[in-house]
Design a protein around this ligand. Structure first.
Ligand code: PEP
Ligand code: MG
Length: 576
């Protein structure tokens, strides 16, 4: 259990949270509060006209999707009418034409153009005494604000100085990317857990991070000096000289340690008795590609594609996606690349499912894709086109499978698109492998049946843990119950290994557990020889795996599998 605030004698105070991304940083605090959309009244450069028109089209598309999604809920007739009216507003050809002409002819920014056009309509409506008309004004304002928000969300300028430590109540994955552009030195959030998507991104970007500190935003003043210890989950506020010296020394040692670990990269990936294993990379952005070589990854074991969404809050069109996947393949030599279909939902995308009470149990991953067929087909077409140009290198991974029908439907869709591409004379990879994420216990329990239908399993322990133990992976209040090495989770993974071996299909683990060296030893002992993780974690995992023979690892796995509690498992692993 973490404590809220500890009071050491020397510094002002220390906050204890959950360690989310390793590393130590010293810097000034920057308190981040999500800004409200601001309208930019300055004229735009004529070279940006097309971009602003596109932003407007994109924003309309996103909002229409949001509204259509709302309509699928059981809502009353009046709400339905309101939503229909809003959809009509979004698609109103006059509004569209007027906004576009303000951008094109007057060089107004997209946000300013939206505001101008909507405000003139609002002014007209305000003259009416009719109550219904008055009510329509509120809806129109709502559409206006949402359009501006979506169209400008990713271009908000912040005054963060390089080296700052960002403190926030909560942050979205998109904001992590945004902060990394400012070269921040660390991140502290009051909410969130180790495997919430923002934490995963912080690790991947090498930003030290502590989450779940509960009251940092309340207790810390802007510009306070801070030490963030991402290894221990500590935030030291206004440290004294002695603490500063101690942590500067720690930073130095850490750098030396990293240098040492790098030496392992050129050595073969094999156990003490010569059994080979593959350590692959989990990535999401092309900016992360240099890390593959730097840390010795064997290709991409998990390409998260939500970034296509994060940056623009909508799915990139097919040609943009094709360019993205092509770049990944070009820059990974001849190594394999596993592309996961959009896993929107949970904590990865907000606006479309903000109306759900339980987003992690809701409309996410394949569930959403099968409802939004155009999006699914668009993404598959892009992936299959790139796969055809790089035969044998691309694998497709389907997220959030919970029932067999989903597997069959995606496979049908893939077959039909392959056929279409061939008819168009586009080369296809007939042998392309299609696998599923094992994240929901229903799949692990019936692993044998699923193994008959797919080419590989990739075990997503981040979600498998949350769904097995009924613990929200991002909720700091119950973070001590989020036990990734819990024997129940381990047993489910083991069941998948047995089924995969029986049906002769590949199995990998791509959840965060794969990056914990001692847990990785146990996974290898269960028979998993492919682990995919944030590239920075590879040297440490490789160092430990090379120290053990297969037999030793099997014995450890056996002991772990006969345990009852996570504490027992931790004690077995701590002896390694
Ligand atoms: C997982 O669930 O373990 C996983 C790798 O997927 P994500 O963290 O993207 O949900
Ligand atoms: Mg997952």
């Amino acid at each position: 259990m973490t404590t809220d605030v500890e009071q050491p004698a020397s510094s002002d105070f220390v906050l204890q949270g959950v360690p989310a991304s390793n590393g130590i940083a010293i810097g000034k605090g920057y308190i981040y509060r999500r800004p409200k959309p601001v309208v930019n009244e300055e004229k735009i450069d004529s070279s940006n006209i097309t971009k602003h028109v596109e932003l407007f089209d994109d924003a309309r598309r996103v909002i229409e999707m949001e509204l259509q999604r709302l309509k699928r809920k059981e809502i009353d007739e009046i709400s339905l009418q309101v939503i229909d009216a809003q959809v009509e507003m979004v698609n109103d050809p006059d509004l569209e034409q007027q906004v576009k002409s303000l951008i094109e002819d007057r060089r107004h920014s997209v946000d300013y153009a939206i505001k101008q056009v909507f405000d003139s309509y609002l002014e007209m409506l305000s003259k009416s005494q009719n109550k219904i008309t008055q009510e329509r004004m509120i809806d129109l304002e709502d559409v206006r604000d949402r359009l501006i928000q979506v169209a400008t969300n990713y271009s908000i300028e912040l005054d963060i100085e390089p080296g700052s430590i960002v403190i926030a109540e909560d942050i979205s994955p998109r904001e992590v990317i945004q902060f990394s552009d400012y070269n921040i030195s660390a991140l502290v959030t009051d909410h969130g857990g180790q495997t919430s998507h923002a934490s995963i991104l912080a690790r991947s970007m090498g930003i030290p991070s502590v989450v779940g500190t509960k009251r940092t935003c309340q207790l810390v003043e802007a510009s306070s000096q801070l030490i963030v210890d991402g290894n221990e989950g500590l935030v030291i506020v206004d440290p004294d000289e002695c603490q500063l010296e101690e942590y500067k020394e720690k930073i130095k040692n850490q750098q030396v340690e990293e240098q040492k670990l790098r030496r392992i990269i050129s050595e073969p990936s094999e156990t003490k008795d010569g059994v080979p294993f593959n350590l692959c990379a989990n990535i999401e952005f092309v900016e992360e590609l240099p890390n593959l070589q730097k840390y010795g990854a064997h290709g991409v074991g998990l390409l998260r594609t939500e970034s296509l969404f994060i940056h623009k809050e909508h799915f990139e069109d097919q040609s943009m996606q094709t360019a993205f996947y092509s770049e990944i393949l070009e820059k990974t030599g001849s190594d394999p690349v596993t592309i996961r279909l959009f896993d929107a939902g949970g904590d990865k995308f907000f606006s479309m499912n903000s109306d759900e009470n339980n987003p992690f149990l809701g409309w996410r991953g394949v569930r959403m894709l099968l409802d939004e067929r155009d999006l699914l087909r668009e993404q598959l077409k892009a992936i299959l086109t790139v796969a055809g140009r790089n035969p044998g290198r691309v694998k497709i991974l389907v997220p959030m499978i919970s029932i067999m029908d989903e597997v069959l439907e995606v496979k049908d869709e893939i077959a039909s698109i392959q056929e279409e591409l061939e008819e168009e004379g586009i080369p296809v990879d007939h042998e392309i492998q299609v696998g599923i994420m094992v994240e929901v216990p229903s799949v692990a329990i019936k692993a044998e049946a699923f193994a008959k239908e797919v080419d590989f399993f990739s075990v997503g322990t981040n979600d498998l843990t949350q769904y097995t133990l009924a613990v929200d992976r991002g909720n700091e209040l119950i973070s001590e119950l989020y036990q990734e090495v819990h024997p129940s989770v381990m047993e489910l993974i083991h069941d998948c290994v047995v089924a995969a071996k029986q049906e002769d299909i590949d199995i990998a683990v791509c959840g965060e557990i794969a990056s914990y060296p001692k847990a990785a030893v146990c996974l290898m002992g269960m028979g998993i020889t492919e682990l995919s993780m944030s590239p920075v974690a590879i040297p440490k995992v490789k160092t430990l795996l090379k120290k053990y023979s297969t037999k030793q690892m099997e014995e450890i796995a056996e002991e772990v599998l006969s345990s009852i509690t996570a504490a027992e498992v931790n004690s077995i692993l701590s002896n390694l």
